[in-house]
Design a protein around this ligand. Sequence first.
Ligand SMILES: C[S@@+](CC[C@H](N)C(=O)[O-])C[C@H]1O[C@@H](n2cnc3c(N)ncnc32)[C@H](O)[C@@H]1O
Ligand SMILES: [Zn+2]
Length: 470
Amino acid sequence: MSANDSKKIITEAGVRIRLATNYDSPSGHARGADDEAGAGNGGGAFFNPKMRCNRAFVCASLAALVESRDPVSGPIDCLDGFSASGAMALQWKTRLVSKIRVLAVDRCPSAMSALEANCELNGVHWRRVRPHEVAEQFSTDCGSGKLKILTALEQVNSVMETCPFDFIHLDPFGSPAGNIESALRHLRNGGLLSVTCTDLASLLGQQPRVAMRNYGAVLMRVRCAPELGARTLLAFVAACAARCNKAIRPVYCLSAPRFLLACVRVERGARRADDCLARSVGRLAHCRVCQQQRPATSGSIGGDNAGCGCGDDAEGGGAVAVLGPVWLGDLFESDFINRMARHLLGSAESDSLLASEDKILLKMLLEESQCLSRSTDSLEVSMPPFQPMFYISPKWLRLSGVDLPRLEQLIEILRSSGHAASRTHFDLTAVRTSASIQACRDLILQHSTAAILNHNNTTDAASLTSSMDS
Ligand SMILES: C[S@@+](CC[C@H](N)C(=O)[O-])C[C@H]1O[C@@H](n2cnc3c(N)ncnc32)[C@H](O)[C@@H]1O
Ligand SMILES: [Zn+2]
């Protein structure tokens, strides 16, 4: 290998990836399928080093799934559906070896050649297969101690419509909406679907028409946009699952600056699908004045209110918008996230999955999930509590002239008043709480009055003592 070549190799989480020219430009790689030879896309595969955090969480989800399964039931069948350079598939295989069997798919010929070259760079054997050959090849030698993955130069939907898997990860350019139903069709009972979305402009409500087109949801710009985006994606996944007679339970959602990642557990059964839709998917009444949100009751504008009272006076007329459909149930399985954390933090710095700057995100996610979620992996569909959905930043409360408490203090105040409260990874300046916006405002005001009184009392006592001394 020439010195020049070695400059183009990056190591991430212990896996070596040879970078193509133009490697991190989606536009250079997006049209790979239209161009059989891969010419015009700069050759090679797309690879974005800034998505390390995404790959780390996905790899940790798979590791946590493997850990939760009985080893006697054999290796877990995994699909990296939009594999590009193979970075994700290689991280899975080199860490979990014989516990998993991996198929890496990409429709772009030049990406596939780069992926297979990256396998060789990491001492991983590969075999190119057609969809109908996957099951047989998996059973022959992919689950042994040998480092081997299958590759397929295919449209991912045709693979997913043909083969069953226990774990599927989707990471397309743009929206995954067109791939989710195909993924769910043959995902095995108890399996996980993991989806990375980079179409944040639509999911965060900046492009409402695109959100309607892709997810069939009414969205607008709101302060809790990242959580609303996650809940919109989950409602869409639940609807796709229902068409396959399946129910979903979110394992976690992760909102990061460049992507939204959702991981759901899938359970078979038409009744479960019906229950899942009835209990956990619905519309949201959102107050445009104070940003309070709660599940809508009638689904019609005017028939709903966000419970804040802003629409009661003439000024607040038309304050409520009905958004969604959104997922109204839990977002996190804290036991599962704890297991993921062990994989994310467990390894030595040199081949650590998570970069140190992303550890704060994990810490917040852990805290948030422990505050809110079920603490069981049980697949029983249970009625989720509707609160506390969403979060409040003290800065949004327009409390001029009041010293705002630090977030930790505010959490203490809320908890001591009987509300659930925690930090939230969705917004590092906010507190997730079951308290309404009005209750939160009142508590801050009360607390600041108490602080002033305390301060005055202390000052009075001090001046009294000093006058007695003199
Ligand atoms: C965003 S990149 C994937 C990045 C990769 N997951 C990673 O972490 O580095 C998307 C890849 O999907 C491929 N692709 C796009 N549409 C596809 C389809 N319908 N079927 C299979 N692959 C597709 C593209 O060629 C591209 O390599
Ligand atoms: Zn309001």
